[in-house]
Ligand binder design. Structure first.
Ligand code: ADP
Ligand code: MG
Length: 324
């Protein structure tokens, strides 16, 4: 089983940033309001994610680290309309098969917490462990037992950069959650929560310059809603790494939508310049397939043409107003 998990890890776990993503998404699925992320050596030596979510009962800890045990799909219908971020029950066993792994947790209603250690896929015994309500997952020495994979990890700074980039994209989508990051024992970043304060997050994540030069977008029609911000055409600091698209709250890459955005900017942007945007597209879950790739960076729209035209028209109109 360890081998199967390690193979699955090949798909889910590419680098420390993929571990952070899976663990933080689990924390959010658990309803966390605050997530602490402690890293050492770009996450290669240590990733520790602590949340204040619902916690896991002691007797379910072994289940959480076993393959295809997910508490998140109750029926096939759920599979159609995946509401939570994770749903495949593979992340924890995969990660635990290629690291020194520890999960500790307590539900608010339980008197005692518990912990379970997994070393390179070898699952230990559940032991009592004091813990505040919520869950901590520790991942040490990623790929220590898979030298071929470990070899492909880059320098500490590079791996940290990937983690920070992913966290920035998450911070934009979840302004309601507090995120605190430390690296090598020092506070590195803090995204403060603010319920309706998505605009403040925009400044915190992409810089005040972007925030000042952003146009607010919010348009609905044909069962679609597009909201967020796009940079004014004259905003000159835009780059390809200031392009964020979310479909039903999930950060994705989509060439179809990216094309629609570019087309909308076509007449207003100097040739060769990149548009900058943070856009949230909402539609009925049945109209989009998120299960295209295990890492879920891609989606497939049932009606790609409609989505394309909706995005194009919405942005074209918003940009036309800036020229009037
Ligand atoms: P999935 O998220 O696809 O269900 P995972 O392997 O990521 O699969 O997690 C397995 C299970 O462990 C989850 O379904 C959930 O029940 C539990 N779990 C993992 N992380 C947490 C957490 N931070 N808080 C509460 N429960 C968790
Ligand atoms: Mg998960």
């Amino acid at each position: 089983d360890t081998l199967i998990n390690q193979i699955a890890a090949g798909e889910v776990v590419e680098r420390p940033a993929s571990v952070v993503k899976e663990l933080v998404e689990n924390a959010l699925d658990a309803g966390a309001r605050r997530v602490d992320i402690d890293l050492e050596e770009g996450g290669i030596r240590l990733i520790r994610i602590r949340d204040d979510g619902c916690g896991i009962p002691a007797e379910e800890l072994p289940l959480a680290v076993s393959r295809h045990a997910t508490s998140k799909i109750a029926s096939l219908e759920d599979l159609e309309a995946v509401a939570t971020l994770g749903f495949r029950g593979e992340a924890l066993p995969s990660i635990a098969s290629v690291s020194r792994f520890l999960i500790a947790s307590r539900r608010r209603e339980d008197e005692h917490g518990a912990a379970l250690q997994v070393d390179g896929g070898r699952v230990g015994e559940v032991v009592p462990r004091a813990h505040a309500p919520g869950t901590t997952v520790e991942v040490r020495d990623l790929f220590y037992n898979v030298p071929a994979r470990r070899k492909f990890l880059r320098a500490e700074r590079t791996e940290l950069g990937h983690i920070e980039e992913w966290l920035r994209s998450l911070a934009l989508a979840r302004p309601d959650v507090e995120l605190r990051v430390s690296h090598n024992g020092r506070p590195a970043r803090r995204y403060r929560p603010g319920e309706a304060d998505a605009a403040a997050r925009l400044g915190q994540t992409l810089g005040e310059d972007f925030a000042r030069n952003a146009l607010r977008i919010d348009h609905a029609g044909a069962g679609l809603r597009l909201h967020g911000w796009i940079a004014q055409p004259h905003y000159s600091r835009a780059s390809a790494d200031q392009q964020y698209l979310y479909v039903n709250g999930r950060a994705v890459r989509d060439r179809n939508v990216a094309h629609a955005v570019r087309l909308a900017y076509q007449d207003v942007l100097y040739h060769g310049r990149q548009p900058a945007y943070v856009l949230f597209l909402e539609l009925e879950p049945q109209r989009v397939d998120v299960n295209v790739h295990p890492a879920k960076h891609e989606v497939r729209f049932r009606d790609a043409r409609l989505v394309h035209d909706f995005v194009f028209r919405t942005l074209q109109e918003a940009l036309a107003d800036t020229r009037a």
